[in-house]
Design a protein around this ligand. Sequence first.
Ligand SMILES: C[S@@+](CC[C@H](N)C(=O)[O-])C[C@H]1O[C@@H](n2cnc3c(N)ncnc32)[C@H](O)[C@@H]1O
Length: 490
Amino acid sequence: MSSERSEPNPDRAAAQRLGVALRRVGYDEDAVGDLLGDEGASTDLAEVPVHERRLPGSPLATAIRLFLLQLPVTLGAAVDALGQDGADALLALGLAAVEGDELVPHARIVPAEELYMAFDGFARGAEDPVGYVAPYTPTASWLAALTPRRHFTRALDVGTGNGVHALLAARHCDHVIATDVNERALAFTEINAALNELDNIETRLGSLFEPVAGETFDLITCNAPYVVSPESKWQYRDGGLPADEISERVVRQASASLADDGFATLLVSWVAVDEEAPDDRLDDWLDGSGCDAWVLGMTGSDPLEHAAGWNEHLSDDPRAYGAALDEWVGYFDSLGLAWVSEGAVVLHKRAAEQNVIRVDPVDADELEFAGEQIERVFSSHARLDGLDDEGLLGQTVVLASDVRVERVADPGSRDSDTVLFLDEGTNVEYELDPDVAEVIGVLDGGLTLGRAIDRVSRAFELDRGEIAELRRDSLDEVRDLLALGIAELR
Ligand SMILES: C[S@@+](CC[C@H](N)C(=O)[O-])C[C@H]1O[C@@H](n2cnc3c(N)ncnc32)[C@H](O)[C@@H]1O
């Protein structure tokens, strides 16, 4: 297998020709799944010898060997699979080289999200260069899932890497600007745009928001190099600024660069001196930002856990691993930090006297496309602004269409709880107070919240004190359901 890297050449015409060849040979996620199983497209290096042995001899299998498994193929097989034109395009792009009678890949091209994504080949840990351009990673898929996908005019992807978020945005935005400090990343982004026949992506070299100073956007995405680390080993991982400063800049500058009614989805990290108050810094970053903010915490770790997770590539060399752990933990100690959280900050720009800032945990493994849920959440914040309890009681509240209501047995008793499961987006579940569950049960008939409470109060012959309590609990829980996108105002 080739571990060579060459300079990607952003020749858009060649990339277009290669894209045509890839589509013609039928290289896509379904075809990979048919030959290698559902997880085939997310193959890692250790699985290559197994997958290689599963492949038949066919033009499609040649493409899979070359682009997914990053294995050499004979020149004859390459031409059979891609045509002379496709093979020439691949060479012109600098993504492969001829060695003897073989075509040797220097990069991978993987189908995902109905796109082709070219990037530097398999990661090799310590051997990877500082400007290594990574594949479509799990963190990138979380950011993609948390991005609203309605039509926008102007989008920005900061730290674009292989360009995946710019490509996804280009499908529903008129114009997309993709920035990175790594020229190699921008070359891959241009290649990827042309491979996928997208001609509305513009790349700009530079740090964070510098290349777009003074401009505003309707959609901003950023999977920041947010790892809190004492190193500057890889541009995709280490932001090169102390502690969580790169994340702070991303959040502050994104909120300042959003147009009115614009959305931003940012993957970042935030540190804390006290594990019991892990999110204090976020208030600082978000207060006065002019945006409603929904922070979705994905992980929280002490310095040792954090260091262990981000240095796993060294784990088969105990000495090097131990030295890295000491260095990283020492770095946290020197800054007096006890905790680091990683997650998404989702913003919606809205003029308000007091914007909403809300933090919820999310299980990244459960995450599905959440764009519609996010739009419901921010629309509720806007409609609830200035609405007091009486105002909310006069509203018609409905559950979102993908909500399942279930009675779940209460372990250890004969009772059961009513739980709402949102079967989309963050896949959040919410256990209702038993009396509020009765109110939610009658809401679907199109009643206002106040009338639903009256109906339940009458049905259960509640006294005044009990009615007041039911109102209080219903208002609290309905506000929560709206803030989580489980319910919406009709
Ligand atoms: C975690 S990677 C994300 C790549 C890609 N957007 C994705 O989601 O797969 C972070 C990216 O930010 C880039 N980067 C690092 N420092 C930067 C800076 N100061 N300004 C802009 N981009 C930066 C890196 O080169 C890398 O491409």
